[in-house]
Design a protein around this ligand. Structure first.
Ligand SMILES: *[C@@H]1O[C@H](CO)[C@@H](O)[C@H](O)[C@H]1NC(C)=O
Length: 336
């Protein structure tokens, strides 16, 4: 028999064995987590030990494993999922408190100083999927922090980590990253004055637009040469605040949630923040992500009813005082 036929038969036999063992796994599902491969034995300590990995994944992915589309990054001041295809975070998450924003402990001498940080490519990611400095150079876009540098002042390392390009997405500079978006970031930090705990998700979005022919399309730029980093059409901040209902009952928390979706475009200073308020579910639907459990959503107040949703405008450049208002885009952010 030619060698190739033998190889084929061997493969077939292995496949049959997998089938039989998978059935065995099915029978033991009450005692084993679903993901445990089939061939296991019980140790004298009543633990299960894998003798042989016969999972279907091992068989099917024998010659190649495409890997995850996102990398989970755990840093000192934040957690993020980096999207390998878009070359920017899929989401970032932070927990802000008064103490981690402004440590009062004098022993914490090492404080993050933004002038000592610089943008860096993230070498923990495979080179082919990395966002590079060259991609951003002369792209016309700012390197927009998803976790703001000012949220990571607890140490220089924490701050440096916000400058990794895996925490960055292309943002319009004037009127957005340097202005309205920065005001929103500051509003998020100010929530710690009123709430003991503030949780923030930052999420780049790609929203479809209704075009003249009646069809919805997503169009976005890709920067770099060759094109590498996708430019989000919108950015969302999803916020959860918590504080004790009363000082006598520190364990009973009042929780509020809210989400804001802003176009990646100049926004005039006069625009009320509430204009960007959307249901959390709308961002979840658009991003393919789930931020909070049903319980949290149902039991939380609307953030703008719990506190004032109003940004403080900070203009250091008088020349740029009046920016044109952005024509309103049609964005399908319904929750149906
Ligand atoms: C922060 O980044 C700067 C600039 O790359 C570097 O010189 C410095 O050593 C870094 N500090 C820490 C604590 O990692």
């Amino acid at each position: 028999m030619p060698g190739s036929t033998l190889a084929h038969l061997a493969g077939f036999a292995a496949g049959a064995a997998v089938g039989a063992l998978a059935a065995n796994a099915f029978n033991t599902r009450r005692t084993l987590p679903a993901s445990v491969p089939a061939v296991v034995e019980k140790t004298p300590e009543h633990k299960f030990r894998i003798i042989q990995d016969t999972s279907i994944a091992k068989e099917v992915l024998k010659y190649g494993h495409p890997g995850p589309v996102s990398d989970l990054l755990t840093r000192q001041a934040y957690v993020a999922a980096y999207d390998r295809r878009l070359r920017h975070p899929a989401w970032t998450a932070e927990h802000l408190t008064l103490s981690n924003l402004r440590p009062t402990d004098p022993s914490q001498r090492e404080r993050g100083d933004r002038s000592k940080s610089e943008f860096k490519e993230d070498e923990s990611l495979p080179a082919v999927f990395r966002a590079t400095l060259k991609d951003y150079f002369r792209s016309g876009y700012d390197r927009g922090h998803m976790v703001p540098a000012a949220d990571a002042k607890s140490s220089q390392t924490a701050m440096n980590e916000t400058f990794l390009l895996s925490n960055i997405a292309p943002q319009v500079g004037d009127g957005f990253n340097r202005h309205y978006w920065a005001y929103l970031e500051e509003w998020c930090r100010r929530l710690t004055d009123k709430y003991s705990d503030v949780f923030i998700f930052t999420v780049p979005l790609y929203l479809p637009k209704l075009e003249a022919d009646g069809k919805w399309r997503v169009t976005h730029e890709v920067i770099g040469n060759p094109p590498n980093i996708a430019v989000p059409t919108h950015f969302a901040k999803v916020v959860l605040t918590a504080k004790p209902v009363s000082p006598n009952q520190p364990r009973i928390l009042e929780v509020a949630t809210g989400a804001f979706v802003l176009p990646n475009a100049p926004i005039s200073d006069e625009t009320p923040l509430e204009k960007f308020l959307v249901p959390v579910e709308a961002v979840e639907r658009a991003a393919g992500l789930i931020f909070f459990s049903e319980d949290v959503k149902q039991q939380s107040k609307n953030i703008c009813q719990s506190t004032k949703c109003e940004v403080i405008v900070r203009r250091f450049d008088n020349a740029q005082k009046s920016l044109p208002a952005k024509p309103s885009k049609q964005v399908p952010l319904n929750t149906q």
